[in-house]
Structures are given as C-alpha cells and as structure tokens.
Design a protein around this ligand. Structure first.
Ligand SMILES: C=C(C)CCOP(=O)(O)OP(=O)(O)O
Length: 324
C-alpha cells in the first residue's frame, strides 16, 4: 500500500497522531533495555497506524479530548503490534514494515516475550480508562484473535476451507480489532449509542474488505512490492478467498493437488500465481471485497456530516481499492 498517499488522507489528524505516537513510545519503556529496544524496533519501523486513526476519527463524532482518546488509541495499536511480532514467529517471516522482524533481528524467544510485553502494556494503558465495557470489548477481541489463530493450526483440511470459514477467520484476525478501534474511539468520546453502533459496524466491514484486498494483493503483487515471495503462504496451505473460489478451476486444481503432494518448488509457486491471476476466483474475491466496502459505506452514511465522516469514507475507499 502506498503509505504516503494514505497518510495524506489524514493530515488533519497529525497533531493528535503525534500525541498518540509519543504515548506509544513512552508506553514501551521498561526496566529491560532489550525489551524496550525490540519494541521500539517495530514501532519505529512505521506502519500505517490505521487503528489509532480509526479511534481518533470515531471520537470526532463526540466530545473529543485527546488525553482520553489516547487511552484507547495506544492499546489498540499495541495489541496489533503484539500480534504482528507473534505472527512473524509462526510464519517464520524475515521482514516486516521494511525492516528485519524481531525474530530475525534477535530470535524467536525474544519475539515471544516482546509480543507478551506489548500485550501487557496494552492492558496497562487501557487500565486508565474507567469503563468496564471497554475492557470487556478489548479482552473479547484478544480472545477472538487467539481463537482465529488456533483454528488455523487445528484445521488440517486447509484446501477444503469454505467461504464461510474463511470469512470467520478474517473476522477474528483483522476485522474485529478495526471494529473495536472505531467503537472504543466512540465510547471514549461519549458518542451516542446509535452512531457508535454505525461506527462499530463500519469498522467491521472495512476490516473485512481490507483483509480480502490484502489476500488478493498477496497473489497479484510482485515479490518486490510485497517484500516477500508472493503467494508463499499458499504453499504452506494457508489458503485465502481467491483460492477458495478458484480451487476447482482447470489449471488451479491440478497445481493444488501437486502442492498437497509436497511439491512446493519455486516453479510451482510461479505456476500457481499465474493460474490464479487469470482465474474467475480472483474476480469473485474482488466482488466480495467490494460488497464489504459498500456495506461499510452504507453504515457511515447515517452519521452526521463532518470532516471526520469524509476522512472515514476516503480511508475506507483507499484501503479497499489498493491496486490489484
Ligand atoms: C491484519 C493485518 C492485515 C496485518 C497487517 O496490518 P496493517 O496493514 O495495518 O499493518 P501495519 O501498517 O500496521 O504494518
């Protein structure tokens, strides 16, 4: 994703985001230089900060006070970061945000502890907020994140994954945290219940569309654009929506059988990508991401007209229409 273009969509939020950034840096300080360094390694590598942006924009529909909003913007980004550090261990990933991953720079053990540390700091940060509902919401989301990951581990029939199962997985993996970011922003700013629910639903639908687009990009982008071999997850059996739709198409089917029999060579990866790029399944996946985008836009149209509303619309559009 072109980060510069996305960031241009929220220049108005810069002063607020700078405060969130300072708080993020402060919140990963610890008695261990090593833990702080590993956390800062990922934090300073950048990232789109899309979850704090959603917190801030949702809060603009209510009584906005940056001091209070920070208390929810920081934990959602910390939880996101923790899950990235842990994911990179599971996926054996070498780079993240254009830098070596924590596991690559140090090792798996350091990455596991850094992730745990970031989760703990997220809880500490939210503890300043006096709302049982907010705590419940965030802990439920963390449980869902874990359930999503465990399902992936347990599911031995990955090539049989249904559309429904795929959607359930990305709901847990991506959409819920984005939805909760919107809802917590609204809660911290005392947005009325009706608008808060629209914002929550908006975040959910944007998150679904965002993850489907991500999975499409994993197939249609070059290795250079992705910073990792395109489609590498597919060889590991982690299939995504375009494959779920395309797996019975001529050309794709034979290749999947070959992969399941253990052929995971570069040649096979290239052949699979070529077959998927021209498949009907890819088009169906694009239609599904557009459907979620439409649902997101439908939620937001009920909100009062404001510059925050315009920003949410632009960001949703940008995130869902990244170059295929
Ligand atoms: C859940 C997903 C799709 C992982 C990546 O999230 P982002 O694309 O928001 O990652 P950063 O910008 O924070 O690096």
């Amino acid at each position: 994703m072109d980060k510069l273009k996305l960031k241009a969509l929220y220049t108005d939020l810069r002063p607020d985001l700078d405060q969130v950034e300072a708080e993020l840096t402060a919140s990963v300080q610890s008695d261990s230089d090593l833990l702080t360094e590993a956390s800062l390694h990922l934090l300073q590598a950048g990232g789109k900060r899309i979850r704090p942006v959603f917190v801030l924009l949702a809060a603009k529909f209510g009584d906005f006070s940056i001091e209070r909003i920070k208390q929810v913007a920081v934990p959602v980004e910390l939880i996101h970061m923790a899950s990235l550090v842990h994911d990179d261990v599971i996926d054996d990933a070498g780079t993240r945000r254009g830098r070596p991953t924590v596991k690559a720079e140090w090792d798996n053990r350091m990455a596991m502890y850094t992730g745990d540390f970031l989760f703990s700091k997220a809880i500490a940060s939210l503890s300043k907020l006096d709302s049982t509902y907010a705590h419940q919401l965030l802990s439920d989301t963390m449980v869902e994140l874990c359930l999503g990951e465990i399902e992936q581990v347990e599911d031995k029939r990955l090539y049989q994954l249904t559309v429904r199962e795929y959607l359930k997985r990305i709901r847990r993996k991506t959409a819920l945290l984005i939805s909760v970011s919107c809802e917590l922003g609204a809660l911290a700013a005392d947005v009325n219940e009706k608008d808060r629910i629209h914002l929550r639903n908006f975040g959910y639908y944007v998150g679904m569309s965002f993850q489907i687009v991500d999975d499409i990009l994993d197939i249609v982008s070059t290795d250079e654009m992705l910073g990792k071999p395109a489609g590498s997850d597919l060889l590991l059996g982690n299939i995504t929506l375009p494959v779920v739709y395309a797996r019975d198409e001529a050309g794709v089917k034979e290749l999947l059988i070959r992969i399941q029999r253990g052929d995971t060579t570069e040649q096979t990866r290239h052949e699979l990508l070529a077959a998927l790029r021209t498949s009907q399944g890819l088009e169906q996946a694009k239609r599904m991401s557009n459907l979620y985008l439409e649902k997101a836009m439908n939620e937001i149209k009920h909100l009062p007209k404001s510059s925050a509303k315009k920003s949410l619309q632009n960001i949703a559009l940008f995130m869902s229409k990244r170059k295929f």
